[in-house]
Design a protein around this ligand. Structure first.
Ligand SMILES: *Cc1c(COP(=O)(O)O)cnc(C)c1O
Length: 489
């Protein structure tokens, strides 16, 4: 067999690049739901490469084969599109990354890139670490980053233990994220990025993203936003000036709860940042995927990529439904005599309601024939404080029957947790105090059930505080016929 030559492959790559970029340009003209349903997977691609499969295939292969040495050389030199090895990339991962990049950039002409990771925590590490680089010219420099302290418990640990304590990278905590002066006062020439979670889990802290982005850019550093709770169906931080978005794809995006997944989505061309790394600035998603993550290995598996992708298709309508139900549940709880306080950004009583309304808008609601205008939707996450002790709170929690007790959120099934003894237990009493997570706080995420049934469950659970005993029982045979409960007797 005679060699085809490198040029044969690089010419074909150029033609394909044009085809794909035209496809993406066309896809960008579509509405959010259409992009979520189709993403980068076209009928042409299905017929030519995937035996006509209407659903994106799961490529459970560690590596890719090449026709000859020329194709291999061109591929490994990144001269032609290649996925090469699944630690770095894989077509199944590519479809997920493509759709997430489009959805975060939706409604703007911002060019975006995405790197999908094995978890939300891996996404946070992948996004932050490239900025926390030691400069050999300044051996005594102490690097810092500025981040809100109302963050997911795992993030708190990654910042406090893995970075601050173990690596001597100072975490400068923002206690009141809505105070712009506090952000400004924490930044100096050794600050490498600003980081915020909004709305935060579970406290629903919120801040004026647009203004914080301006502060970051004044100092030539990026603003990284964890937008997990809202998802791109309700908020797209890149359009408000953020440079990089984190998604725990595990949550709102993979509503059915099939597995753990994460993503970093970034604006291309971050030339306004002062970091000296041209590849990073040109295409951050591609940079971390092909370089640091190639070497560290935190990228997503093809199986999880497709499971997540399949849930994303209906993201907008699910976020709408779950938000509306959460609002009903919040209004019910707000009036309940056994409740001390309800925190939900959708309630007018919430001090950040007005600010949140600037950012949390159901995408394309103005094109939805039900609404015909922009409508606010505040998501599925809320929290409430039981009027009583830590034990009273546990009693109410233990009485839940329809709502699942699980440290999870964004599910199609309603889930609740007591953060002080679960998601936020590791950060200790002091860490919980600054993040305002008392022992009587229950985090609730309302799912796709009818809200009447969720309200009924909460009502009966709260009635334990009136001295009522809740009866529960377990069948001796499971619905599937297994009888482990009987055998244990
Ligand atoms: C769960 C969560 C994470 C971490 O994501 P994993 O997929 O569990 O690793 C990060 N941020 C927020 C807001 C979360 O809720």
């Amino acid at each position: 067999m005679s060699s085809k030559g490198l040029k044969f492959y690089t010419d074909a790559a150029r033609r394909s690049a044009k085809w794909h970029s035209d496809y993406i340009k066309n896809m960008k003209k579509c509405r959010f739901d259409t992009i979520a349903v189709h993403g980068l997977y076209s009928m042409q691609e299905a017929l030519d490469f995937n035996q006509g499969s209407t659903i994106e295939p799961i490529y459970m292969s560690a590596s890719q084969a090449y026709r000859d040495s020329d194709e291999m050389e061109a591929a490994l030199g990144y001269q032609i599109p290649t996925w090469c090895y699944s630690r770095i990339g894989n077509p199944s991962m590519y479809y997920l990354e493509g759709v997430l990049a489009l959805l975060e950039g939706y409604g703007s002409d911002i060019e975006t890139s995405c790197c999908a990771t094995a978890s939300g925590m891996a996404a946070i590490q992948s996004a932050c670490d490239p900025f926390l680089i030691y400069d050999p010219k300044k051996p005594n420099q102490k690097i810092n980053f500025v981040a809100t302290c109302q963050v997911y418990g795992g993030t708190f640990q990654q910042f406090a233990i893995r970075k601050d304590q173990e690596k001597n990278l100072e975490w400068r905590k923002i206690v009141n994220s809505n105070d712009l002066k506090e952000w400004e006062s924490k930044i100096d020439k050794n600050t490498r990025f600003l980081y915020g979670e909004m709305p935060s889990n579970p406290g629903q802290a919120f801040f004026d993203l647009e203004k914080v982005a301006k502060i970051a850019h004044k100092h030539g550093i990026p603003l990284i936003i964890d937008g997990t709770v809202a998802s791109p169906a309700l908020m797209r931080p890149l359009q408000w000036g953020a440079d990089i978005v984190i998604q725990s794809v595990t949550k709102s995006l993979t509503t059915s709860g099939f597995g753990i997944a994460g993503a970093v989505i970034a604006k291309n061309n971050l030339s306004h940042l002062r970091i000296e790394n041209d590849a990073l600035k040109a295409n951050f998603g591609m940079y971390i995927k092909a370089l640091p993550n190639r070497d560290n290995g935190p990228n997503i598996s093809p199986m999880n990529a497709i499971l997540s992708l399949n849930d994303i298709r209906t993201l907008r309508s699910k976020m709408d439904l779950m938000s509306r139900s959460t609002m009903q549940v919040a209004k019910f709880l707000e009036k309940h005599k056994n409740i001390e306080r309800v925190d939900y950004l959708g309630l007018e009583s919430h001090p950040l309601h007005k600010l949140a309304s600037k950012y949390l808008v159901l995408v394309d609601s103005e094109h939805d024939e039900l609404y015909k205008k922009k409508v606010n939707r505040y998501g599925h996450l809320m929290s409430f404080r039981v009027k009583g002790t830590a034990q009273d709170t546990r009693d109410v929690f233990d009485a839940l029957q329809r709502i699942w007790r699980a440290t999870d959120l964004g599910r199609i099934k309603s889930v609740a947790t007591i953060p002080a003894i679960s998601t936020h237990s590791q950060q200790g009493e002091e860490g919980r105090k600054i993040a305002d997570i008392p022992a009587n706080l229950i985090r609730l995420c309302v799912g796709g059930e009818h809200p009447d049934d969720i309200i009924a469950d909460l009502d009966q659970a709260l009635s334990v505080l009136n001295g009522k005993k809740v009866k529960t029982s377990t069948p001796e045979f499971s619905a599937g016929g297994a009888s482990s409960a009987l055998l244990r007797r």
